[in-house]
Design a protein around this ligand. Structure first.
Ligand code: SOE
Length: 380
């Protein structure tokens, strides 16, 4: 297949900058695509660490002003891997410059900002996608395929957790490069936008829209030293959030997220209970999907653990990797997302989740935070 270069301008070089760069580097080796991503330029404020990042991953050039990157004629797509409070401004400029945009999650600080961003990319007619990468873990995509095939029947329950423990120490500061997730001015919210947003995106994808929510949040450590001001300041983020909801299909949802679950580092789990079957998934064992089918013969009926590594089309994405039985991991979800984006883009089609899809998650996050604040049910 004749390949065409597709030039990437990466903004940010933290954890996600690395995860996405890795995906661009690998995708053409494993997927036959018309578009071949080229690491054209990396952008951040500090030239020295940026140059080191660019050298390590093979970016051809650097920019220390994102506006210059966005205006460059040799950039086809802008990838936004900076704190949430910077997403909107960059998206509006990149859309005006006619660039395709791949934006880290959550889309925006709140739904109002997200709506503005959707309108900008839609008016400009530029391709857009948000990095809700867990959809592309093969076991999660398999869950989607099983639900869509009707095997579960009517869905009664959806429950999800995202548990971590990295902010328990009271002397952990907030703000700045590594700790912007604790600073409400940079992040918009705490675990709701950072962790529950993943759970909500997957839930909407698997089980449809959420109608209304009732939530509670807690901030366990009320004040932290701020890295940018050097002062002890109020903590404005939610450290933990739990909510229940009604899905529009009539099923009930239960979601919990915290950074105070000692022992859990990134325990994202979900379970879906249907009339005929149930499924369970766990990020710590991400290549497995647990499945219970009530239709199985009684003598062997029970939970089975599907090792999602088979070829021949049964297990999503796996034909592109090694041989049947050999598992893949976290970073491959990003490779799959890039592959799907490039494939769709070459055909002039949208790649999910688009900004509009991600706005629905943002609206649920807004309703969750509003409900926790006034202790009442909120429609989405
Ligand atoms: C937070 O620790 C975090 O890195 C999130 O920001 C990511 O989105 C999640 O996938 C893993 O945890």
């Amino acid at each position: 297949m004749a390949k065409k270069d597709f030039n990437i301008g990466m903004i940010g070089y933290g954890f996600m900058g690395r995860a996405h760069s890795n995906a661009y580097c690998k995708v053409s080796n494993f997927f036959d695509l018309e578009l071949n991503p080229v690491l054209k330029a990396a952008c951040a404020r500090n030239a020295e660490p940026l140059q080191a990042f660019a050298d390590k991953w093979g970016y051809e050039s650097i920019e220390t002003d994102w506006r210059k990157l966005v205006e460059r004629d040799d950039i086809d797509a802008v990838d936004i891997c900076v704190p949430n409070n910077l997403h909107k401004e960059i998206v509006l400029a990149a859309a005006a410059a006619g660039k395709a945009i791949l934006c880290e999650k959550p889309l925006s600080m709140n739904a109002a900002e997200g709506e503005e961003m959707c309108q900008a990319v839609e008016a400009a007619g530029v391709a857009n996608m948000v990095w809700y990468n867990y959809r592309r873990v093969p076991a999660v995509t398999l869950a989607k395929n099983l639900i869509e095939s009707g095997r579960l029947g009517r869905i009664f329950h959806y429950r999800a957790n995202f548990l971590q423990d990295w902010t328990i120490a009271e002397d952990l500061p907030q703000g700045g490069n590594a700790l912007w997730r604790l600073d409400v001015a940079a992040a918009g919210s705490g675990v709701t936008g950072d962790l529950l947003a993943h759970c909500i995106d997957t839930a909407i994808w698997l089980n449809g829209s959420i109608a209304d929510v009732s939530a509670m949040t807690e901030t366990f450590v009320k004040q932290r030293m701020h890295n940018l001001t050097g002062q002890v300041e109020e903590v404005g983020i939610d450290d933990a959030c739990t909510f229940m909801c009604h899905f529009k299909n009539g099923s009930l949802g239960l979601f919990e997220s915290t950074r105070y679950a000692r022992g859990h580092k990134a325990l994202y789990t979900f379970e879906v209970n249907g009339e005929n079957a149930s499924i369970q998934w766990d990020l710590h064992d991400l290549h497995r999907l647990n499945y219970f089918d009530h239709g199985d013969e009684g003598v062997v009926r029970g939970w089975k653990s599907i090792h999602v590594t088979d070829h021949g089309g049964d297990h999503p994405y796996m034909d592109h990797w090694w041989v049947p039985g050999l598992q893949i991991g976290y970073e491959h979800s990003f490779v799959h997302q890039v592959a799907d984006f490039l494939d769709a883009h070459a055909k002039g089609q949208p790649a999910a989740p688009t900004f509009r899809d991600a706005l629905e998650t943002q609206k649920v996050c807004d309703a969750v935070l509003a409900s926790a604040k006034d202790r009442s049910w909120h429609n989405v």
